[in-house]
Design a protein around this ligand. Structure first.
Ligand code: 5GP
Ligand code: MN
Length: 327
């Protein structure tokens, strides 16, 4: 019986062989892309480019504007639902715990297409032909960077900035418990190779649009506490802002983490009338990956998400009813 290290080693070898052998690759990642998913994609494509391979990147979503500074971002195409005129033999799925997370891009997968699944979600379903899933890594880009190094691809300032950005985003600016000494070591190495913490922080965190700032203010004004202050929640209704899809709500829920005494925090964003995207966070005890699974979602122990239908009152009730059992 192979141990976990041997399984990982074998997956890495198989992925390297597949990259060497094949020529046409399709790369995708989850809807609602974030710094880690985009960094993973762009670092992975740098390996393919170095090897002289053809590839295409398709996402079933738009890339958020705040990630527009990431080198190579222009190569990412939005999948419009029509089958592309390419015959990929390999699909690379990054940072996604299941195949449904890549949305309609999964439709392109036909029999015989090999799937490389690289991820750091402990909830990953192992849906690939080759699965490189390391649940303790801070980010998927950390795993892709190891592959990049193993394949002797030269490190440029652009790649260094991508790796740094992915790790910075997924560790919540080096604040979450997934911040390991290794993720800090890699980031230190990236700074030595040209990543600028100052420029990256300005791009990511210090250019909120006026609409998003107003939406943040509206969301925070809905703050409620439940179960003796152990749970806090906020919401943003569809009607509260002029165009909800122009609002970047990433990070809103993290403001609740600053509040004393709460264990679980959640944000409800009404993306369409009656349809809410939920973001869960927890501080130390409650496994919110498990909580989100009750609603068909998932993620990590301390950060997860799901989608729910109903009015804001109904959605909140559904969540509180489930949370009751976890506190
Ligand atoms: P966020 O609240 O930042 O959108 O998501 C937190 C974490 O949960 C991320 O790692 C994200 O990938 C994961 N996540 C969010 N929504 C879902 C979902 O609907 N399904 C699954 N499996 N994971 C999700
Ligand atoms: Mn990630």
């Amino acid at each position: 019986m192979e141990n976990t290290d041997q399984q990982h080693h074998r997956a890495v070898t198989q992925i390297q062989r597949l990259i060497q052998r094949e020529n046409d690759f399709l790369i995708s990642s989850h809807v609602n892309p974030d710094g880690d998913s985009i960094a993973s994609i762009l670092v992975f494509t740098s390996i393919l480019r170095h090897m002289g391979k053809s590839y295409r990147i398709l996402l079933d979503d738009d890339v958020p504007e705040k990630l527009d500074f990431m080198a190579g971002i222009g190569e990412i195409q939005r999948y419009d639902g029509s089958l592309p005129s390419l015959n990929p033999r390999v699909l690379i799925v990054l940072d996604s715990s299941n195949l449904e997370r890549i949305g309609r891009v999964a439709e392109i997968v036909t029999d015989g297409v090999e799937i490389i699944n690289i991820d750091h979600h402990p909830s990953n379903e192992g849906f690939g032909s080759h699965n490189l899933v390391l649940g303790k890594e801070s980010s998927t880009v950390e795993i892709v960077y190891d592959l990049f190094t193993a394949m002797n691809v030269p490190l440029s300032p652009d790649i260094a900035a991508l790796v740094y950005t992915g790790i910075l985003c997924d560790t919540g600016r080096f604040l979450f418990p997934n911040t390991t000494s290794r993720s800090l070591e890699i980031c230190s190495e990236m700074v030595k190779h040209g990543a600028s913490p100052d420029i990256i922080a300005k791009k990511l965190y210090f250019r909120m649009s006026h609409e998003t700032a107003k939406a943040l203010s509206a969301a925070l004004s809905t703050l409620e506490f439940h179960f003796d202050g152990t749970v806090s929640c906020i919401h943003l209704s569809n009607g509260a802002v002029s165009s909800i899809n122009d609002i970047d709500t990433e990070g809103f829920v993290d403001y609740l983490l600053a509040i004393d005494g709460t264990e679980v925090e959640f944000l409800m964003v009404e993306k369409e009338p009656g349809l809410f995207r939920i973001s869960f966070r927890s501080k130390s005890r409650v496994d919110v990956n498990d909580v989100a699974k009750n609603f068909g979602g998932g993620g990590h122990t301390r950060a997860s998400g799901c989608t729910l239908q109903g009015t804001v009152g109904e959605v909140k009730e559904k969540i509180l009813n489930v949370l009751k059992a976890y506190l």
